[in-house]
Design a protein around this ligand. Sequence first.
Ligand SMILES: Nc1ncnc2c1ncn2[C@@H]1O[C@H](COP(=O)(O)OP(=O)(O)O)[C@@H](O)[C@H]1O
Ligand SMILES: [Mg+2]
Length: 248
Amino acid sequence: MKLEARHLTKSYTEHTVLDVADVAFGNYGIEGLIGPNGAGKSTLLGCLTRRIPPTTGEIVLTTEDERTDLLPLKSHEVTRLGLIKTNQRIQGFDSLNIRDQLRMAATPPEAEGWRNSWKPAEPDEETEAEIDRLFERFPFEDPDGPANSGGEKKLVDILRCLMTNPTLLLMDEPTAGLPHEITDAVMALVRERVEAGAFRAVVIEHDLDLIWNNCDYVHFLSEGSILFDGTPEEVKANRVVAEKYMGV
Ligand SMILES: Nc1ncnc2c1ncn2[C@@H]1O[C@H](COP(=O)(O)OP(=O)(O)O)[C@@H](O)[C@H]1O
Ligand SMILES: [Mg+2]
């Protein structure tokens, strides 16, 4: 699966925060998206997943036998195509316990407005086994209660995205608010699944060690535009990235 955007811009009352001439995700196992605070990283992924309406541009998802224009689609329709995003900030879902949130992700409701009407489906053995495996790897204080801390909510959000069987998983700052060892465990799981061919992933992160250790290719965004893309080695050695981001 390849996700491509061209001439993608986003303006808020004449202030342009995103202006990307051309970008493609999905060509590598795990790609990094880095850049200073306010560069437009979250806005870019928000536009690509149709959560944020772009001002101009073209967004196309290409699979083996199909080419889909994403602009006319709603965010839940994009989700159904396997394009899934974790969130930088977490809100909502407090009324469901952790296990049910993961069950719900595995059996997506058909229509919008489902948040109020969703009831846990009849337990499906395979889903339950998968959820138990995740709980073994990521122990929660009470998996049958609601997510309590910000960290638990963040982790549930990531696991929920994994349960949807993504084709392209977009992660917005997976380390923010999570203990180091949990982030490492999350990235190890993502890496395993990527290597098994289950999906490909894109990670926004300020923790550059995470980027260098996990990414096969990196895009550098600054002031709304992609200024450089390359392998981690190429990005590390790039003078523009060093000047604008790494404080060299
Ligand atoms: N809803 C909004 N209204 C106005 N400005 C916004 C809005 N959302 C984001 N911005 C601005 O867009 C720019 C890019 O934000 P963002 O995509 O969150 O950056 P990043 O994720 O790289 O830190 C920032 O200057 C931010 O203040
Ligand atoms: Mg952001």
